[in-house]
Design a protein around this ligand. Sequence first.
Ligand code: AKG
Ligand code: FE2
Length: 339
Amino acid sequence: MTFHVPTVDISPYVVDGGSPDARRPVAEDIDFACSTVGFIQIVGHGVPDDVIAGLANAMDSFFGMSPEDKRAFITPPSINRGYSAPKSESLSLSLGVESADRMNDFFEAFNVGAQASDYPSVELPEADYPSNIWPSDEFRAGVEAYYAHASRVARTLTRIFADALGVGSFDDLTDHSVDAFRMNNYALPPGEVHLEGELTGMGAHTDYGIVTVLWADQVAGLQVLGTDQVWHDVSPADGALLVNLGDLTARLTNDRWMSTLHRVKPPIVDGTIQRRRSAAFFHDGNIDAVIAPLPSHGSPLYEPVTVADHIRAKLAGSRGGTINTAAEREAARVAAALE
Ligand SMILES: O=C(O)CCC(=O)C(=O)O
Ligand SMILES: [Fe+2]
């Protein structure tokens, strides 16, 4: 069986007045992609090219600053905001898998996300919906324009998921969703780092939430673990955004839909990483939502969990260095993967 990430055109859900007849095959195709691969090439998403170019420019302007200037935007690890310098996050620990060597998680990132003020009708804890910090007005404008679209695409996908799964809507789980947007830069200062061992840009992990919308350069690096237990290279198709499911959707569907393991292994050219940028919008659900397998999906494989407890266990691994012991199912899949 060859590995293939299906392409789905979601435009019937993006345009106003898409008819039920036009939408039905979209929901069916999403159901197929989610139950066989867990990654989808999404086209017809309606994000304008100039908005994507604006995001890329904003990222270049920030990551192009000196290491000292970037460090001014570091926040405590418990706050998922601001700059994180290379090697300060360990995605392999979010899964309960020890780093194999020092060459894991070689990326720098800038994080923003949903703030309590985005949902004025709900009283929300600042700790879970922290305020964003912005290095400059230009950066902010470029990032916010893209963020608004990524948020819309994630919410559109969640609506398609509800249709595909035959539930009315997921609004009660997502109407004040904890969303996080991570801009990643995989780069090494030339000559400064001696490469030893096998280098991984971002260690193997599953995403934490409901759905992730990923923009990335068409540079090799992202690898997805297939059901054949082999890592496959995936990059976004022309004009496409890559979408993948997170753990909470696997829990909701009692593993009928897949929270697929992935990692980033940037190509090494002339002894250093070929630069690669990506930006992931994570739609993680309401902090107080309880996620349990849908009743229609068989005998539950998972205990109910609040979004808060689930994310806290994951972030304690990736940002606090504490191995997450609540991820046996995912960790077993990494261990079974062939190199
Ligand atoms: O850089 C990529 O393509 C993937 C990033 C990713 O998996 C993540 O940020 O969770
Ligand atoms: Fe990811």
